[in-house]
Ligand binder design. Structure first.
Ligand code: SF4
Ligand code: SF4
Length: 428
């Protein structure tokens, strides 16, 4: 989109803000930094100042924009419906044209490289799976990090702490008895078919969260749903959009639209709410196919009475990802899904209205703020009381898992559907 069009759009939207300040107490960066420039109202005023040329787009301005998590807590409470999420994405597209500091530029180069070579071509991630697995088992990632100065310390630490990667299940019984590098295109319903759905794999998730994808197929099949997994699907484009690369994000949306639109399915199911929101807002849906978070889909599905689910008489902490809470507005389905497990008591995690700090690539770009946000949550976990913590977004899960590990907490984090599949008998 030409700069002038973006500027006009930003002016029109920022003018919707009446500066009431109702969003301020909900903004994680304002709560941490107590600075107007790091609040939604302040950022909106700064954006308006820049696009109307009253203030320069300098390093300080970019810093305030970069500190925004895009959690959209402000948008969910705004009485004037200011579309803050779209606003900050548009602003980032303008900033992307500007020269950045050498540090930021270096970070961006590494991220760009990863995005371009792997996230845009997730099949390459699948090809790397065995290599990654081998490296994890033989300290290879540590050596790679030592040799390659491209990795920021944060990214390097994150990669070395990832849990051991799992493989796609090709055939299921109550375990994956045949695994491979990629999922099959179709997993038929067990016994009577109640419906057909598509499963969105994501990019990072297909490497780091095969467990959730396997669990989703297992539960959906047993509820009577045939699962289609078109191999031509790709990354959702959220990272590109949030970094201002709109045309690349649109290219990815087109590719996903082509992958799913020819299938005879009622919904595209997402297991990561971050990807789900991007697919929903970018127009993947049509009259026939909707995008649904798996928690929502399963809770509204029929056939539960035919399933055997082993009891788990424990408190289960539930983390509410910002995308599920502030955009899908469907965080309640995580609790309802867990409540299908006899004896399980789903309880909200402390500060669920505040972002955990993961926020896409935010935890790499703003490690200090991200860690402070995560710390606020983790200090309230007692691992003697809580064995399981569930969350419906892989980005949050990986970041929180890292924090649990660093703090020596034994609480295990997983997707709600993974916990459910385990109680249904799947050995993962
Ligand atoms: S709540 Fe909405 S209108 Fe009020 S200050 Fe925040 S963004 Fe502006
Ligand atoms: S998106 Fe989140 S961090 Fe950014 S201004 Fe809104 S509430 Fe604050």
């Amino acid at each position: 989109m030409p700069d002038q069009l973006i500027e006009n759009r930003i002016i029109a939207e920022t003018n919707q803000c009446v500066a009431c300040g109702l969003c301020l107490p909900h903004c994680p960066t304002y709560r941490l930094l107590q600075s107007e420039a790091d609040s939604p109202r302040g950022r909106i005023a700064l954006m308006n100042g820049v696009v109307t040329k009253r203030i320069p787009m300098n390093t300080r301005f970019i810093e305030h924009m970069d500190r925004c998590l895009t959690c959209r807590a402000c948008e969910s409470v705004c009485p004037n419906q200011v579309a803050y999420g779209d606003l900050i994405d548009q602003m980032r597209a303008l900033i992307a044209q500007q020269e950045k500091s050498p540090d930021t530029a270096r970070q961006s180069q590494v991220l760009n490289l990863l995005v371009r070579f792997f996230l845009h071509r997730p099949k390459r991630l699948e090809l790397l799976r065995r290599l990654f697995y081998f490296a994890q088992r033989h300290n290879g990632l540590y050596l790679l990090g030592r040799l390659n100065r491209l990795f920021t310390p944060r990214l390097f630490k994150f990669m070395t702490q990832l849990p051991l990667v799992k493989f796609p299940c090709i055939e299921f019984s109550n375990e994956c008895y045949r695994t491979g590098n990629a999922w099959r295109e179709i997993y038929p319903a067990i016994e009577q078919e109640r419906g057909r759905v598509g499963l969105f794999l994501g990019c990072v998730a297909r490497l780091t969260d095969a467990e959730t994808l396997n669990a989703s197929i297992y539960v959906l099949n047993r509820l009577g749903y045939t699962v289609h997994i078109p191999s031509t699907q790709t990354c959702c484009g959220a990272i590109d959009r949030h970094h201002g690369a709109f045309s690349m994000a649109e290219t990815l949306v087109q590719q996903n639209r082509m992958a799913f639109s020819t299938l005879n399915i009622e919904a595209v199911i997402t297991t990561a709410s971050g990807c789900g929101v991007q697919l929903l807002e970018s127009g993947l849906t049509n009259d026939r196919i909707k995008v649904m978070d798996i928690n929502h889909f399963l809770v509204t599905a029929t056939g539960w009475e035919d399933l055997e689910i082993a009891p788990l008489p424990q408190k289960i902490l539930v983390h509410e990802p910002c995308t599920l809470r502030n955009v899908f507005r469907s965080q309640q389905y995580q609790y309802q899904l867990i409540a299908n497990i006899p004896g399980a008591q789903p309880l909200p995690m402390a500060d669920n209205d505040q972002c955990c700090g993961a926020a896409g690539s935010y935890f790499i770009e703003q490690p200090e703020l991200a860690d402070r946000l995560l710390d606020n949550k983790l200090t309230q976990i007692d691992d003697k009381e809580t064995t399981y913590l569930v969350t419906a977004n892989i980005g949050c899960a990986m970041f929180i898992a890292n924090g649990l590990l660093e703090k020596g907490l034994n609480t295990k984090i997983m997707h709600p559907v993974t916990l459910l599949a385990r109680q249904m008998g799947l050995q993962l």
